[in-house]
Design a protein around this ligand. Structure first.
Ligand SMILES: NC(=O)c1ccc[n+]([C@@H]2O[C@H](COP(=O)([O-])OP(=O)(O)OC[C@H]3O[C@@H](n4cnc5c(N)ncnc54)[C@H](O)[C@@H]3O)[C@@H](O)[C@H]2O)c1
Length: 314
């Protein structure tokens, strides 16, 4: 059995990756159960994970290098780095925390991984690094002009990953995720907020006119590409887009969710929020070429699965 560390493994994406790889491997998770959103949800994720004897949890903060040296010991072969202060809007309110966690924290993960002789670090990056749209879909050579402190911090983290590969020889891959959704998703994300309001028949607030578009990626597609990176060095030193491959407007997203939930909530339009991207759409051909990535779950199917999970669990 290979030993694998999942940093931020109590969160949405990290818990899914940990659950999948723990079917075959030994997994050590670390997370500080940060209260950006309910730590109770993270404890619930951990409870499910810890039912598998292959999984161990060490609570701690990635700004603490000593903690990471304990988690990423010399037996660890692969590291999935999913810990971050996520969220564009909160980064506009407080740019210091995302910088601390996402930049210093990533540097610590890389240093501990290098010193432990890890075979590969897979880093969660974000479409937020692109920011200002010059053309769509975004390919990996599209200029990176982040619109928020969060985007800046994710871009800096990517560069540290590349430099650790090029300068120190630590294999790293950064995956630019495009709005990820599915069971256990972060409650601060639009699909989760809209579903909650629709089920309660409460009004939904849309920031802007609802014609902004997003490329949404179902969690299973994200897990699959991460898992694949245990098997191939084809993407070492690279960044790759991981998206759903098509975009829909926020208004269409609401229409889908309305149909699934049978809700009659009204939609209230409010001012656009600073830092929000106007459009996102991933060109995923590089990930397809290098590691065979193809998004498999279309938005209608993914939303139905999410809504079903939401109604059963929350
Ligand atoms: N969900 C998305 O749509 C999306 C899109 C693009 C990129 N990403 C990136 O994917 C990764 C995972 O995101 P997510 O949606 O699962 O978020 P999440 O908030 O659910 O998970 C992040 C986890 O990191 C932990 N964490 C935060 N600060 C920490 C610290 N200082 N020390 C240790 N642990 C800490 C949190 O407690 C949480 O459990 C992040 O890097 C995020 O930037 C997510």
């Amino acid at each position: 059995m290979t030993k694998i560390a999942v940093i931020g493994g109590a969160g949405f994406i990290g818990s899914h990756i940990a659950e999948e790889i723990a079917k075959e491997h030994e997994v050590v998770i670390t997370d500080n159960l940060d209260d950006y959103y309910s730590p109770e949800l993270k404890r619930r994720n951990l409870q499910t994970l810890l039912a598998n004897p292959n999984v161990r949890f060490i609570e701690g903060d990635i700004t603490d290098l000593d903690l990471l040296r304990r988690v990423i010991d010399p037996d660890v072969e692969f590291v999935f780095h999913e810990a971050a202060q996520a969220g564009v809007r909160i980064s506009v309110e407080d740019p210091f925390k995302p910088n601390n966690v996402n930049v210093l924290g990533t540097l610590n993960v890389l240093k501990a991984s290098l010193d432990a002789g890890v075979k590969r670090v897979i880093n969660a990056s974000s479409s937020s690094v692109y920011g200002k749209v010059q053309y769509l879909p975004f390919d990996e050579t599209h200029p990176t002009v982040p619109l928020s402190p969060y985007g800046v911090s994710k871009l800096a983290a990517e560069h540290y990953c590349r430099v650790f590969y090029e300068v120190y020889g630590l294999p790293t891959v950064s995956l630019r995720y495009f709005t990820v959704y599915g069971p256990r998703m972060r409650p601060d994300l639009a699909i989760s907020i809209f579903t909650k309001k629709l089920l309660a028949n409460e009004p939904i607030t849309v920031f802007g006119d609802g014609n902004q578009t997003r490329d949404f990626t179902y969690i299973d597609d994200i897990v699959r590409v991460n898992r694949r990176l245990l098997e191939t060095d084809a993407a070492d030193g690279r960044v790759m887009n991981v998206g759903g491959g098509h975009r829909i407007t926020v208004n269409d997203l609401i229409a889908h969710l309305r149909e699934i939930t049978g809700s009659e909530s009204e939609v209230v339009y409010s001012n656009r929020q600073k830092g929000d991207a106007e459009h996102t759409l991933a060109d995923t051909s590089l990930a397809r070429k290098l590691v065979g990535y193809r998004p498999e779950v279309p938005i209608g199917e993914g939303l139905s699965r999410f809504a079903r999970w939401y109604m059963q669990n929350l």
